[in-house]
Design a protein around this ligand. Structure first.
Ligand SMILES: Nc1ncnc2c1ncn2[C@@H]1O[C@H](COP(=O)(O)OP(=O)(O)OP(=O)(O)O)[C@@H](O)[C@H]1O
Ligand SMILES: [Zn+2]
Length: 744
């Protein structure tokens, strides 16, 4: 293979000989290599340009790369095709190319797939659609025939604004025909509606009075921005301590210095409350980036970010792949949240990749959390990260008083899910006019339906999973593949009528019990399947803030990031739910985080809140740390567990999942792949074993887990291994997940 210099010389040489230039183009497909295309006379296609090129049978958009990435085969320069045209879009910044290469190398995803994530805004590459509107022509003679409708239109248009014809017609209460008539008579003129500009956040719009501890944290963060080089700071503060206010100052400083800033939140935390706080601080709404944007908005924002018109983005994990040209700060709020891990196509952990982006761009990264991930906690302990600590709530109110309800001793009534003690606390809270949150991380009515007559359990036909009853929708649904069927009247196996019983609770069933026990309470149920979209969700959250509800029942979408001033009591219906995943090294951490976060919603501003956690495992270290309010005890316990098991961050993991429709083929392939694992003294390969969820969407699944010490080149090992594997049968799929979070 040629070195990069050789290939460059070769290109120059070829170009000189034929008089034509060629450029390497990366395609947004599952390939690592670039393809060379000739650049026609009169076109400039510098690196980063988006170009249309013939690719196979199609014409597709690719990116002019700034270096050739070969596949080892020499290409005959005479066979090169020309690129078709240059696309009118801002180029991909050089740093985005470096970032894409880094992410691809780390995740073992093809570079083209990472580039594709960076292009996930189709409208940015389409010709801009100019919308046209009309404006009044001052001093034009009135048409001979004036009607009252025409008069109304001219009255509205007299302010000289440009409006879409339909808007003007609406305002003047007439048809667009009237507008057309006035355009024909020369009283209105058609003009392009100027593109909306992005509101600029103003760093000095509002000032916040900080407590001493907060001021210290602000100083730490601001100094990292001023230093203008790479650093990571863990902003570690209890719930309600003012982390948001504090990191806003770092954002302000970066904006002041002429840099772009990115705030990443788990998607569910993109609430109107957050947006309002941003606006209060910066005098302008932030530019949002998440899955609910329209395609046109995505395109507009993508271009705005690439041109530098957008100065601050607030977004979900994919915002990291926007083409920032002057990025100078990334804040990751709720850094411990699993939502930052993407598990399809390119498997990446956005928090970790944000740190990489900061390193490449030589700017600071801030990780904020009340319950830091073990990884970040350890990094702060050993001094790799700076540590800014906010030990108390801003309001001065003590942390909520949390108790366990031991379900072994305090038995639930049959068919009920709330213990007497919790019911008593809810009654008191209602009497005090305060709010209760009941948390259960399970959608639907009941997780299992079985037949009393024959014992048959209703399972998904395509997955190893029970069907979950959704009573509102009168359906049984698989939470893995979405399969659903109408609730049957008799057992599908033995046909006994009326013998199907619902087992276990989901949030809908808790709501049923609440309605029975507290018929006068105003109840809100928050579950992602019952809320059509982000705006409806924001509306309910607003209603809760405004105390329009007494009892809120919800899944994890209510657990995090919200600030409900009237909330006094939090009840966790099933505290053990997350602990069950035996093989998952983060199960304890995640349960602790969730319980801590959700109980931390109580009593944030003016009174001390209470929390109750119903559990069968009162002795578990997670439960003990939750009642004691002793986060450090839990962290110490968990750090020791990870250390002794060589688990992250003390060791590195990669999961390999082999799947196929045919059961035997899956197993044979998994064993074949495992057999070829290169021998290593330090890296161990566990498995293959059938996955805990053995079948999903009709595909059988086997797993391998690769464990390596921290300082070993795990990717290099995996690449060498991949090189020894013969071509797989067409239906077999192998996915590699570096730093896996999912062990099912
Ligand atoms: N210095 C301050 N001045 C005025 N209000 C403040 C200040 N610090 C915090 N607050 C208020 O206290 C409340 C909690 O602050 P904030 O939401 O920033 O905390 P947090 O640490 O981000 O909480 P969580 O971890 O629960 O998300 C908010 O209503 C916030 O406006
Ligand atoms: Zn299924």
């Amino acid at each position: 293979m040629n070195g990069p210099l050789d290939s460059l010389l070769e290109i120059l040489d070829n170009g000189a000989r034929s008089g034509a230039r060629s450029v390497p183009v990366l395609m947004p497909v599952a390939l690592d290599q670039t393809y060379d295309y000739l650049v026609p006379e009169g076109i400039e296609a510098p690196p980063g340009s988006f170009v249309l090129v013939p690719f196979g049978q199609q014409t597709r958009i690719g990116i002019v790369w700034d270096g050739q990435r070969g596949n080892g085969k020499a290409v005959d320069p005479k066979k090169l095709k020309s690129l078709t045209s240059l696309i009118d879009a801002p180029p991909l910044p050089e740093i985005s190319m470096r970032f894409a290469e880094w992410v691809a190398r780390y995740t073992l995803a093809p570079l083209g797939m990472v580039a594709r994530m960076m292009m996930s805004a189709d409208a940015a590459f389409e010709p801009p659609k100019h919308r046209f509107g009309v404006r009044i022509v001052e001093g034009a003679p009135l048409p001979p025939k004036m009607t009252s409708a025409r008069t109304r239109v001219l009255e509205v248009a007299a302010d000289g604004l440009i409006r879409a014809k339909s808007d003007l017609a609406n305002l003047a209460d007439c048809s667009t025909g009237v507008i057309d008539g006035l355009a024909a008579s020369g009283n209105l003129v058609e003009v392009a509606i100027p593109e909306r500009v992005f509101p600029l956040p103003k760093p000095a719009h509002a000032t916040t009075e900080f407590t001493d501890k907060q001021a210290e944290a602000v100083a730490t963060l601001v100094s990292t921005v001023d230093a203008g080089n790479f650093s990571v700071t863990l902003l570690d503060g209890v719930t309600g301590s003012g982390k948001t206010e504090v990191y806003f100052e770092a954002v302000a400083r970066a904006l002041e210095a002429g840099e772009q800033a990115l705030i990443m939140l788990p998607e569910i935390a993109l609430t109107s409350q957050f947006l309002e706080r941003f606006e209060q601080r910066f005098g302008a709404a932030p530019v949002e980036w998440h899955s609910a944007l329209s395609p046109a908005e995505r395109g507009r924002i993508w271009k705005g970010v690439a041109r530098g018109d957008v100065r601050c983005v607030v977004g979900a994990r994919s915002a990291l792949f926007l083409p920032f040209v002057e990025l100078g700060l990334i804040v990751i709020d709720e850094e411990h949240d699993q939502g930052f891990k993407q598990e399809d196509r390119v498997h990446y952990q956005a928090r970790d990749m944000a740190v990489v982006r900061g390193n490449l761009g030589k700017f600071p990264v801030v990780l904020a959390s009340a319950t830091p991930s073990i990884e970040s906690h350890v990094n702060a302990l050993v001094g790799r990260y700076r540590h800014a600590v906010l030990p108390g709530r801003f309001s001065g109110v003590a942390m909520p008083d949390v108790s366990l309800i031991d379900l072994k001793a305090e038995k639930l009534e049959p068919g009920k899910w709330l213990a007497q003690r919790l019911v008593g606390a809810i009654t008191e809270t209602l009497e005090n006019g305060q709010q209760t949150l009941l948390f259960l991380n399970r959608r639907g009515y009941a997780p299992l339906t079985l037949c009393r007559a024959c014992g048959h359990r209703l399972e998904c036909p395509q997955c190893t999973a029970w069907l979950v009853e959704h009573r509102f929708k009168k359906k049984l649904t698989c939470h893995h593949c979405g399969f659903s069927l109408a609730l049957p009247e008799k057992c599908p196996k033995c046909a006994a009528p009326g013998a199907l019983v619902a087992c276990g609770p989901g949030v809908e069933r808790v709501q049923e019990e609440v309605a029975e026990r507290f018929p006068d309470a105003r109840v809100a149920l928050l579950s992602s399947d019952l809320i059509p979209g982000l705006s409806e969700m924001r509306e309910i959250i607003r209603g809760i803030e405004a105390r329009e509800f007494d009892i809120i029942i919800g899944t994890q979408i209510v657990a995090k990031g919200h600030n409900f001033p009237g909330l006094a009591l939090v009840g966790v219906v099933d505290g053990d739910l997350g602990l069950a995943h035996g093989a998952d090294p983060r199960a304890a951490e995640r349960t602790f985080q969730l319980l801590h976060q959700v109980t931390g919603r109580a009593g944030r501003t003016s009174f001390v809140g209470r929390g109750f956690v119903q559990t069968y495992s009162t002795d578990h270290p997670v439960m003990q740390a939750i009642v004691a309010g002793d986060r450090d005890a839990f962290l110490n316990y968990e750090v020791k567990t990870r250390q002794s098991g060589l688990l992250p961050p003390y060791g590195r993991l990669a999961a390999i999942v082999i799947s196929a429709r045919d059961k035997a083929l899956t197993e044979v392939t998994a064993r074949e792949i495992a057999r070829r694992a290169p021998l290593s003294d330090v890296i161990s390969v566990l498995g293959p074993v059938e996955a805990p969820i053995a079948v999903v969407r009709g595909r059988h699944r086997w797993r391998l887990l690769v464990k390596a010490p921290r300082d070993v080149d795990l990717q290099g090992y995996l690449r060498a291994w991949a090189g020894t594997i013969p071509k797989l049968k067409s239906d077999v799929r192998v996915t590699v997940d570096i730093d896996p979070y999912n062990f099912l």
